[in-house]
Write a protein that binds this ligand. Sequence first.
Ligand code: AMP
Ligand code: MG
Length: 422
Amino acid sequence: MVVERRTPIQIGEGVKRVLTYTIHKSSEQLAVENTTNRVLAEDLVADHDVPPFDRSPYDGFAIRAEDTGEASQHNPVFLKVVEEIGAGEVAASTVKQGQAIRIMTGAAIPKGADSVAMFEVVKEHEQNSEPMIEVARRFTKGQNISYRGEDTTEGTTLLKKGTLITPGVIALLATFGYAQVSVYQKPRIGIFATGTELLDISEPLQPGKIRNSNAYMIAAQVKEMGGEPVYFGKLKDDFDACFEAISTAIGKVDALITTGGVSVGDYDYLPAIYEKLGAKVLFNKIAMRPGSVTTISEYDGKLLFGLSGNPSACFVGGELFIRPFIKQSLGSTPFLSKTKAVLQSNFPKANPFTRLVRSKVQFKPTGIFVKPTGLDKSSSVTSIAEANAFIVLPGGTRGFEEGAEVDVLLFESESEHNPWIN
Ligand code: AMP
Ligand code: MG
């Protein structure tokens, strides 16, 4: 048997080919409390000013600045307190010359008043059992007033569709009375694990068998990226059974992930399945380690992500190709952020392919440091758990030494910048 020769392409080129495809989802209405991590499908325009009225930013006294015109340490002025209001209340009286209204944070500035003297800067007295305040400094018109519209004005576009809904976004939605929010439907991403050696999570180990970890890992990745994983189960390495299951599943989802079976082994049937389907192969070899056998093809307008069965390689394939695809489909920021970090161990071996080393980045006062989290093999499963970043070591270069500055991709930080384009 002749082993098929595959021509590797660079990661950037692979990402570019994947991103020529997008899943177009319509929107759905959800209660605002169920929208965390979803993506806005409508622009949010302010339909009123925030704050909606002039209000007090402090607990104190609403006064007329001109009444304090001559006030000083040695020449305090005395103002009569005519009313008291808390947040949510509106004063019944107008502040007239020589008067003040006791006011709490968030309460509307009473008519006639144009500044607020905080509790801390006044002395309170009683005169004939009438409350008075003593003010020993000058105030200017507008001092200590939180003005209507100072946060945002009516008509401002606050959020664009495609915005990821974070707690801060939810605060804005609530501010503008959005009990229901229009969000994009989640792309439905089908998942199959392939491999006769695979056991279900709850099965005891048997000779020669391992538990299927990839399906659960990639489902979690898909979820985190904003997609809806649809797990179709695991398949034995049997061409007909795999072909049947895969060709049926495609119609039920927006894209399909398989793990395993994309290499050149005797039981690696995915390439033949793509061929029989008549799928267009975008690439079947990528210049990266791990995951060089990652194969992505298109059938009926849908992408089929053929990820390696090796857990680390499967994880990398998901982060590099599926993440930007799902994110782009949601109109959101597609990439992991890239930064520089100082390497904390040696990498003596050179490699012709770009390496993505599962690593832990630490932000310290002295700089950003990174070290690998475990066994640097595509088969490693333990190295993924602790990782919060990939070290990206360009292919073709010599080894790397401790102290060298390297590129890292951060799992918990996204960017609009494509890290594979300089
Ligand atoms: P394959 O890509 O099918 O050649 O598999 C490569 C390696 O990954 C083999 O050692 C498999 O046993 C292992 N593997 C395949 N699928 C999974 C899976 N779902 N979970 C964990 N390991 C797997
Ligand atoms: Mg296999």
